[in-house]
Ligand binder design. Structure first.
Ligand SMILES: [Zn+2]
Ligand SMILES: [Zn+2]
Length: 357
């Protein structure tokens, strides 16, 4: 079978690997249909997020069809369509036992697309408990948004939103920014969006929730949304990492700043202000508290415009084109500005002839 291997920074290539077999009784081999590209993959390839083990197959946002089942599997049969939850946790370590399974201490060797062979491949070995049946009316492409949406559900949970009349913004109109915007919308909060890349802006402006506006500049957005230069904001989700200091200075008492950018960037924040204004600076990663199941339900029930957030679906062999679309030029070994309107970009693993667009 084919698998897209990470062999070191900028060294990514498809390789022929042996077909997978069930090892544990609860193993399920899934024939991967679709796998989404994620900022994490880009960070791994470029070396900006140095977490992956060389030799590992990339990819963790996927759906597929059950191909083989282990003897203890009871809830799935061969041919079932499934969504794969890639975030394994042991349930026994200190992090798992203190309510932080997304930081399981046994992640090494179990983290899909990082230290465990991921889903940019014909087959993926899952555990029965980490699969959700994909309803007939949900496409493989839509289902592949479950994992990134689950991360935003976790982040929004952490914001502990108690009022819907708050002033909120999301920085960055990539897939995470768009999913945050929609997740906040579903909790009754209308946020404005800031995106300085013209192509991401162009794509996003047609997929905004009712009442949300998009701007290229944060300060301009504050002025236009609230009428003057000294108005304050209650909540910000920064998916880029680069506006932390600017946004922090505009937080109203009780304000919350959620950072979800895996970027090597250091910000200076005023400790006195954090105390004096009861501010919260929060981080969030991965899935928690059944966010994966809740995210899937949001897609299944049409609460999130999943299909509209998918801008491109490339066949597996065009993986370089797919990564170039999100600014990761593997052939040239360099990052490049996004130069076409896009949001979620997928690789169609199983049948290139059925490409989504
Ligand atoms: Zn991801
Ligand atoms: Zn654990």
């Amino acid at each position: 079978m084919k698998a897209l291997k990470f062999n070191g920074v900028w060294r990514v290539a498809p390789q022929e690997t042996p077909a997978l077999q069930c090892i544990d009784p609860d193993d399920v081999i899934v024939a991967v249909e679709v796998c989404g590209l994620c900022g994490t993959d880009v960070g791994i390839i470029t070396g900006a997020y140095a977490v992956a083990v060389p030799g590992t197959t990339l990819g963790h946002e996927s759906t597929g069809t059950v191909l083989k089942i282990g003897p203890a599997v009871t809830r799935f049969k061969v041919g079932d369509r499934v969504v794969i939850n890639p975030t394994y946790s042991c349930g026994k370590c200190r992090m798992c036992l203190t309510g932080n399974p997304n930081h399981c201490e046994r992640k090494h060797g179990t983290e899909a697309g990082v230290s465990y062979d991921g889903a940019f491949a014909d087959q993926y070995r899952a555990k029965e408990d980490y699969l959700i049946p994909l309803d007939d009316h949900v496409s493989f492409e839509e289902g592949a948004l479950t994992e990134p949406l689950s991360c935003t559900v976790t982040g929004v949970d952490k914001l502990n939103i108690t009022h819907t009349n708050i002033r909120a913004c999301v920085i960055g109109a990539g897939p995470m920014g768009m999913l945050y915007l929609w997740s906040l919308h579903l909790r009754g909060v209308t946020a404005f969006l800031v995106e300085k890349n013209a192509h991401r802006y162009q794509f996003a402006q047609d997929v905004l929730p009712e009442g949300s506006h998009i701007y290229t500049d944060f300060e301009q957005a504050m002025r236009e949304e609230y009428g003057s230069d000294d108005e304050m904001l209650d909540l910000c989700v920064d998916t880029t990492g680069y506006l932390s200091e600017i946004v922090f200075d505009r937080l109203a008492p009780g304000g919350k700043l959620l950072n979800v950018a895996l970027k090597a960037y250091t910000a200076q924040l005023d400790i006195l202000k954090i105390a004096d204004k009861s501010l919260s600076v929060i981080g969030s990663i991965d899935s928690l508290n059944n966010s994966f199941e809740r995210a899937y339900a949001m897609i299944r029930d049409g609460e999130i415009p999943a299909a509209r957030l998918i801008s491109h679906s490339f066949p597996f062999h065009d993986y370089q084109q797919a990564f170039a679309m999100v600014g990761c030029n593997i052939a040239a070994q360099q990052q490049q500005p996004i130069s076409e309107p896009n949001c979620k970009v997928l690789l169609r693993i199983a049948s290139p002839q059925e490409a989504y667009l």
